[in-house]
Design a protein around this ligand. Structure first.
Ligand code: NAD
Length: 259
């Protein structure tokens, strides 16, 4: 089960797993949020994603789910287990960002970012873990951000949420290790994404958005793509990484090397 699976990083992860024979459930909100300055995925995006995933020959389902709403998460997890018979993998990828100086950051802008990124990750873990305990197997990968390990400008809410995801990852890893469940997180640097243009317009940026938001990258000749994140997720889901739990991996073109 992959949240925010209708496009970009979530879709790259779903595609990567489907192409290797996994049954994949993509869960996505499929509507916009009031304070987020770019469009989120649509129902059409989710349908197209599922059609592409199914073309690999395995099972693929798309589920509309707002991860901020616990009852929607409960019914989504139930549907996935009803459809596939088990839930081996949870990738908590759904996330949103907006840019505001703290004095302009409204409670609703704070809530939308923190609730999608952090509360959504909590709800999905809460309702997936019992099934994983029952089957004595599970792999959870949470998508945090470099903003989960350092501060970035105009985004105290995003940094708070993504630091929270790092803390949740470590604490949950301790809690479920006896049940053969690995819980890890990935912190991407700037990844090519539809969100970058929306953020650029919020701060009236007049230069290339990727160039601007990836100023901290040490590796500058190439851009981080959604597939680069999917590659790291795949490794964390594989038996090759079986001794990793509670670990935070940065895929950030060296950004965090400078602190
Ligand atoms: N793109 C980057 O530069 C970057 C960098 C670091 C971390 N990240 C993180 O990676 C993840 C994916 O980002 P992306 O670049 O693919 O962004 P994106 O906006 O392209 O994709 C996010 C997906 O999440 C979905 N979503 C949003 N709110 C949701 C909700 N409440 N419930 C369910 N689905 C919801 C959206 O519809 C969208 O399909 C996010 O957690 C983001 O914070 C991205």
């Amino acid at each position: 089960m992959i949240t925010g699976g209708a496009r970009n990083i979530g879709l790259a992860v779903a595609r990567d797993l489907a192409s290797r024979g996994a049954s994949v459930a993509s869960a996505d909100i499929c509507r916009n949020l009031e304070t987020v300055p770019y469009s989120l995925a649509t129902t059409d995006d989710l349908e197209k994603a599922v059609a592409e995933l199914a073309s690999f020959g395995g099972q693929a389902i798309g589920l509309k789910c707002d991860v901020r709403d616990e009852s929607q998460v409960v019914s989504t997890v139930e549907k996935v287990i009803a459809e596939f018979g088990k839930l081996d993998i949870l990738v908590n990828n759904a996330g949103v960002i907006s840019l505001f100086p703290i004095s302009d950051l409204t409670a609703s802008a704070w809530n939308e970012v923190v609730d999608v990124c952090l509360k959504g990750t909590f709800f999905c873990c809460k309702h997936a873990v019992p099934a994983m305990i029952k089957q004595h197997y599970g792999k959870i990968v949470n998508i945090s951000s470099v903003a989960g390990l350092r501060g970035l400008g105009l985004s105290v809410h995003y940094a708070a949420a993504k630091h929270g995801v790092v803390g949740l990852t470590k604490a949950l890893a301790l809690e479920v290790s006896d049940h053969n469940i690995n819980v890890n997180a990935i912190c991407p640097g700037t990844v090519e994404s539809p969100m970058l243009q929306g953020l650029a317009s919020q701060i009236n940026l007049d230069r290339d958005a990727y160039e601007h938001f990836s100023r901290g990258h040490l590796i500058r000749e190439q851009r981080i793509t959604p597939q680069d994140i999917a590659n790291a997720v795949r490794w964390l889901l594989s038996e090759e990484s079986r001794f990793l739990t509670g670990t935070i991996i940065s895929v950030d073109a060296g950004w965090l090397a400078g602190g």
